[in-house]
Design a binder for this molecule. Structure first.
Ligand code: NAD
Ligand code: UFG
Length: 332
């Protein structure tokens, strides 16, 4: 089976490609390198012995994207490419809608033209908005209470993909709703390395550990949780990558939706302690006001993925911290 991976030089895409190669799939990448580096291809090759075909193409560039489909016959697309910074999206809504939604509709037009019927899409727990219950189940309503353009693009793309399955009964869509991805490949060769100032907790912890940020601001210690900081369902990126491979085998016409999370929560303090234990070093921290839009707690009900995909997380936050430290040591 030949797979086109959009955003394949990025964080989750590159880890997924390693797992796809482990199962014998053939892979090409389309990425505009906006938030990733071409050297990721060397690292994938070092780990797996295989090098993906690579097209430096922006999904918004319909003409060059068409050429990729004209030159190759794909069985499936895994669609990671997109902008993902929640805070930035509030100030740049048009860029987010154009890139994430415009890029996706171009991709879908090519798939239709060249008869590619299967797509797996990187969605997010953010589509649940604020449902009033911290345990998110796939059957819950989505789209209500979304507070930022990034989250809205995920919701809108889910809806666009659902509409495509109505228009074309052959079309097969799998929506994977990720919880909080962390960690990196145990080799320490590849990992999350975002350009600019990160929003997410782990990349900020990494920048503090490197001395690029003075201290970790803990956004609120007065939430109604056991230690006062927010609870999240952190998932090791290797487990997340394996979730994509598990989803391929189960694709069928229409829409299938799966939460990819552990079902367990950790607080901001738990994450700091786990990092400090793994590294043997203390992280400078400071309590700061709450961040707008943060919910005290949310986590996956992962039972559908367990039941239907025979998939569950195997790695812990301690594994993620160990692998993160290996990645940090590797780059220095
Ligand atoms: P990433 O930024 O590391 O990877 C995305 C890749 O897409 C990058 O390599 C970037 O250069 C590329 N890209 C962006 N716009 C493009 C375009 N128009 N044309 C071609 N390439 C383009 O991000 P990631 O963490 O690997 O996330 C992958 C997907 O998973 C994204 O869609 C993201 O929204 C989603 N997701 C991520 C998280 C998370 O916390 N990392 C959580 C939920 C969902
Ligand atoms: N946090 C800090 N300091 C930081 C960064 C984060 O204390 O410098 C805290 C946050 O307040 C939150 C926790 O760490 O309590 C996790 O924050 P992240 O930004 O890593 O993750 P979120 O759960 O807020 O966001 C994630 C995804 C988004 C998605 C959202 C809702 O990154 O894409 O879940 O599903 F929109």
């Amino acid at each position: 089976m030949r797979i086109l991976v959009t955003g394949g030089t990025g964080y989750i895409g590159s880890h997924t490609i390693i797992e796809l190669y482990a199962k014998g799939y053939e892979v090409d990448i389309v990425d505009n390198l906006f938030n990733s580096k071409i050297t990721t291809l060397d690292k994938i090759e070092k780990i797996t012995g295989k090098r993906p075909g690579f097209y430096e193409v922006d999904l918004r560039d319909a003409e060059n994207l068409d050429k990729v489909f004209a030159e190759n016959k794909y069985d499936l697309v895994i669609h990671f490419a997109g902008l993902k910074a929640v805070g930035e999206s509030v100030g740049k809504p048009l860029e987010y809608y154009e890139n994430n939604i415009g890029g996706t509709t171009n991709l879908l037009k090519c798939m239709r033209k060249y008869g590619v019927h299967k797509i797996i899409f990187s969605s997010s727990a953010t589509v649940y908005g604020d449902p009033g219950n911290p345990k998110y189940v796939e059957t819950m309503e989505t789209g209500r209470g979304l507070t930022n353009p990034y989250g809205k693009t995920k919701y809108m793309i889910e809806e666009i993909l659902k509409d495509c399955t109505v228009a074309d009964p052959e079309f097969q869509v799998t929506l994977l709703r990720y919880f909080n991805p962390i960690g990196n490949h145990p080799s320490g060769e590849i990992g999350e390395d975002p350009n600019g100032i990160p929003n997410n907790l782990m990349p900020v912890i990494m920048k503090v550990a490197r001395g690029e940020i003075k201290e970790l601001l803990i956004y609120g210690n007065d939430y109604p949780t056991p230690d006062g900081t927010c609870l999240r369902d952190y998932i090791h990126v290797v487990d997340l990558a394996k979730g994509h491979v598990a989803a391929i085998a189960k694709m069928e016409p229409g829409v299938s939706i799966y939460n990819l999370g552990s079902g367990k929560t950790s607080s901001v303090f738990d994450m700091i302690h786990a990092f400090e234990t793994a590294s043997g070093e203390k992280l400078p921290t400071k309590i700061a006001p709450r961040r707008d839009g943060d919910l005290p707690e949310f986590y996956a009900d992962p039972s559908k993925a367990e039941r239907e995909l025979n998939w569950h997380t195997e790695l812990t936050i301690e594994d993620a911290m160990r692998d993160t430290i290996r990645f940090l040591k590797n780059e220095s």
